[in-house]
Design a protein around this ligand. Structure first.
Ligand code: F6R
Length: 604
């Protein structure tokens, strides 16, 4: 996820661009830049680092211009360096471009452009865009035609904004990535999100996929993919600018829960090709040669995602174990060059996980980081890295990063199973891949049902809250309990459902509801365990599909769409995220910054 802004001003566009970037910082913050023009020469300044770094450089060496574009980056293709920062220009520097999304066919386009003599200066997918535009300009196209033909050539979900040399216009397009127009009398804004310009105007036009916008000093034109002018309606946004980073949501956590269909689309995009092969283009699969066992290390939510993946690997016949990173040194047992150690860490900075990663390296194991942050310490120190592509997460409680971790690790587990001779591929792999590709829509359906808000009202007066699951659903039961205790401050515990009668059942009373995951492959056994709790007076809150036999034993039921058994618990997890959120909200808790907790735990 990145943030883009464009501004056509009556005097100078730079302040509007910088303010917009500040407001979009939640979308990415590892590099930033702007390009401005007065309708003649283009001036570009960009750098790795935070927007505050860009601002201080620009106050020492100001740029001016009535039209401009800006970008704040969250790296996906190429690390955060000055060269990879946006805006990007072509060889002839006739156009500057900012972009949000992924150009899925960038390799093919780059190859073709190279063959035509273009030289690239960055590792980004974005850089093909200005080169393509210049190619069309050289062939005699007008700027408008060159821009339209270029965006038409791009595959994937993309939003693009461009300014040209000798042009007092801004060109932009939306196709699968957000872009919204703001109109402030004679001034115009274009941005990934409304907060970028809300200080100036609440008059907005939401563009549709396939729209191209041309902003000129006295008019705004919107063209459909055929080049015909179209009208899009104006809307008035009534958000408080101070709170607008959260959009229409009261908390970042709720916003991030609702973002999951988008973050998961980014997570799976390009990972399953047309031949149903699993693709991790950033990964050298040579790292799997000779591997006999897999160790996962991670903390908290990342440990739960690891447990989920380790179960999938075990099922494929791989010796796989998930360790709490803080316990790794004491409990790992022998490690060798045949042990693949996978560090799972959203931030890539968790001290305990880094310590386990270093321990593995020191003991000769090949290492792989699965992280959300390019250039994080884990990404830099591990031999190989896979990115979960969830975009920045601001709420302390991990939500969208958990689902992106789990889906990435589900794919990785099947990829590894395909690489190791001792493993067997699932017979139902095509169905599983289909379900993983469909997960963004299924999650959207859970969010749209909106059942959890209602149920949360009945949950405020209990003594404690238990979560049970089995097999691939146990990690989600543990995650459900962690999320619940973390933001409600109520006592919550997750148990393997088959372990209830070995101790925890002593805690069960009519005052302890039991969230029961009727998901995955052994639902009948969990039903038996849930009934054991129900007999002791506990209310059973079941989570499962409409046709799950668990529904009939449940006192309340949260429904999920029918899917592959391996994916069911991931959908149930979204219901549990929403239950935790709404309960905490009704209890008036500090949801985005729970007491005593921090987003990144950099001390061991
Ligand atoms: C819980 C949560 C934490 C983190 C843990 C590891 O909602 O966010 O449990 O999962 O601190 O953090 P990362 O994944 O950054 O290593």
């Amino acid at each position: 996820m990145c943030g883009i802004i464009a501004h056509l001003a009556t005097d100078d566009a730079v302040n509007g661009l910088i303010e917009g970037l500040d407001r979009l910082e939640y979308r990415g913050y590892d590099s930033a830049g702007i390009a401005v023009s007065d309708g003649s020469d283009l001036s570009v300044y960009k750098r790795a680092g935070e927007i505050s770094d860009l601002k201080s450089d620009l106050s020492a060496a100001p740029l001016t211009g009535k039209i401009g574009i800006g970008h704040t980056r969250w790296s996906t293709h190429g690390p955060p360096t000055d060269e990879n920062a946006h805006p990007h220009t072509g060889d002839r520097e006739r156009v500057a471009v900012v972009h949000n999304g992924v150009v899925e066919n960038h390799r093919r386009l780059r190859k073709q452009l190279r063959a035509d003599g273009h030289e690239f200066t960055s590792e980004t997918d974005t850089e093909v865009i200005p080169h393509l535009i210049e190619e069309y300009l050289e062939a005699g196209d007008s700027p408008e035609m060159a821009f339209r033909r270029t965006v038409d050539d791009l595959e994937g979900g993309n939003a693009v904004a461009a300014v040209f040399e000798d042009e007092a216009r801004i060109f932009a397009s939306r196709d699968g990535s957000p872009l919204v127009v703001g109109i402030d009398d004679d001034e115009y804004y274009l941005a990934s999100d409304v907060p970028a310009f809300l200080e100036h105007t609440s008059d907005v036009i939401y563009l549709e996929d396939g729209d191209v916008v041309i902003v000129e000093p006295d008019q705004l034109r919107i063209l459909d993919p055929d080049g015909s002018s179209v009208k899009r309606s104006h809307e008035t946004v009534d958000w408080d600018p101070e709170e607008a980073g959260k959009g229409a949501f009261n908390h970042y956590m709720l916003k991030e829960i609702n973002e999951q269909p988008t973050s998961l689309t980014n997570t799976v995009r390009g990972r399953i090709d047309a031949e149903q092969e699993i693709v991790f283009e950033e990964l050298d699969t040579g790292i799997f040669d000779g591997i006999e066992e897999v160790h996962f290390v991670g903390c908290g939510t990342s440990h739960h995602a690891s447990l989920y993946s380790a179960r999938l690997m075990s099922r494929a016949g791989i010796c796989a174990r998930a360790f709490r990173a803080s316990e790794y040194v004491e409990t790992s047992g022998p490690i060798s060059e045949k042990t693949l150690v996978i560090a799972v860490t959203q931030s890539g900075e968790t001290a305990d996980t880094l310590a386990a990663l270093r321990e593995a390296t020191n003991r000769g194991a090949p290492t792989l980081a699965v992280t959300n942050v390019m250039e994080s310490t884990a990404a830099r120190e591990a031999d190989e890295t896979v990115f979960i592509r969830a975009g920045p997460e601001i709420g302390v409680a991990a939500t969208k990063t958990f689902t992106s971790q789990a889906v990435t690790l589900a794919l990785l587990s099947q990829k590894i199973a395909g690489e190791l001779p001792q493993a067997t591929l699932r017979e139902d792999l095509p169905e599983l891949l289909e379900a993983l590709a469909r997960i963004p829509e299924d999650v959207q359906q859970v969010i749209d049902q909106n059942q959890a808000a209602e149920l949360a009202r009945d949950l405020l007066t209990y003594d404690a809250y238990f979560f049970i699951g089995r097999g691939s659903s146990l990690p989600v039961a543990l995650e459900g309990a962690l999320k619940f205790k973390e933001i409600t401050y109520e006592h919550a515990e997750g148990f393997a459902s088959g372990q209830l009668k070995h101790g925890p059942l002593a805690l069960v009373t009519p005052n302890t509801p039991v969230f029961s995951l009727f998901t995955g492959e052994e639902i009948e056994k969990t039903i038996t365990n849930a009934k054991e709790a129900q007999t002791r007076g506990a209310d059973i809150i079941g989570i499962g599909s409409a046709d799950s036999p668990g529904q009939s034993v449940s006192d309340a039921y949260l429904e999920i769409p029918a899917t592959h058994p391996v994916c069911e618990s991931l959908l149930a997890n979204v219901q549990l995220q929403l239950i935790s959120y709404h309960t905490a909200d009704l209890l008036g808790r500090s949801i985005d910054k729970p007491r005593n907790l921090a987003k990144s735990v950099t001390v061991g």
